[in-house]
Design a protein around this ligand. Structure first.
Ligand code: ATP
Length: 236
């Protein structure tokens, strides 16, 4: 496993946001965590990127224990997060936001190549390279958040609800881009409320319910599971 989570517990004060969750992310795959509002999806990603401290448990990245490592060191190792919603720098331009994504890197040629790659993935961003990011539409800001995470050239990219608040056509586009990112060699850990799309995109999937992992399987297995269908896919 490239990323391994063992017995993870995270609290907000006395609230147990995550209780004893364990799962792995295999290199080259798309893995998804699905669950309702408040299930602990964002908390899990924030813990993996080092923004929340663990109460108990262990996180390993490519064999290295990163449980207590700073977020910046994790980015250097190859773990980069695209935050939920409008987690970009609103006062900066698109280009400045993308440059911030590559801040831990010194390889100029590699950065230029990755900027080209992000522009190719998101032509909309290349058209708006000088626009102040806070003036872009919600969908464009989501694209920028993903593009910024990719500028760190991560081995694993953590995507927090990339489809949130987007029109159906744009959701299709975002999922096509996630597939492309994965095909280009980046491992993806995707957190989504849009369970139908996420399960379709995922090699491996896990269901979080009130802070606990209650079900795991391939995307197809969970999409066919009657209890998952009833709870997350509108049942039938
Ligand atoms: P959503 O899909 O609504 O974003 P989520 O699955 O990402 O939900 P989290 O944001 O991880 O859920 O929240 C898990 C639990 O932790 C919730 O009960 C939430 O209220 C609580 N929580 C999250 N952040 C904080 C905080 N900063 N302080 C206190 N409680 C928090």
């Amino acid at each position: 496993m490239l990323l391994e989570v063992e017995g993870l517990c995270v609290n907000y004060g006395h609230i147990e946001a995550i209780r004893d969750i364990s799962f792995g992310v295999e290199e080259g795959t798309v893995t998804t965590l699905i669950g309702a509002n408040g299930a602990g999806k964002t908390t899990t990603l924030k813990t993996l990127s080092g923004l929340r401290k663990v109460r108990a448990g262990k996180v390993t990245f490519d064999g290295t224990d990163i449980t207590d490592m700073s977020p910046e060191k994790r980015v250097k190792l190859g773990l980069s997060q695209s935050p939920e919603g409008r987690g970009i720098f609103p006062g900066m331009t698109v280009r400045e936001n993308l440059d911030m994504g590559g801040f831990v890197r010194r390889d100029k040629a590699g950065l230029a190549a990755d900027l080209d790659r992000v522009m190719a993935l998101f032509p909309r961003l290349s058209e708006r390279i000088s626009q102040v990011a806070g003036t872009m539409s919600g969908g464009e800001q989501q694209m920028l958040a993903i593009g910024r995470a990719l500028m760190a050239r991560p081995r694993v990219v953590l995507l927090d609800e990339p489809s949130m608040g987007l029109a159906p056509k744009l959701i299709q586009q975002i999922f096509a881009i996630i597939k492309e990112i994965n095909e280009q060699g980046t491992t993806v850990l995707l957190v989504e409320q849009n369970a139908a799309q996420a399960l379709k995109a995922a090699d491996q999937a896990h269901v979080l319910e009130t802070g606990e992992l209650v079900r795991s399987g391939t995307g197809a297995e969970l999409a066919g599971d009657p209890s998952v269908r009833a709870a997350y896919l509108g049942g039938d």
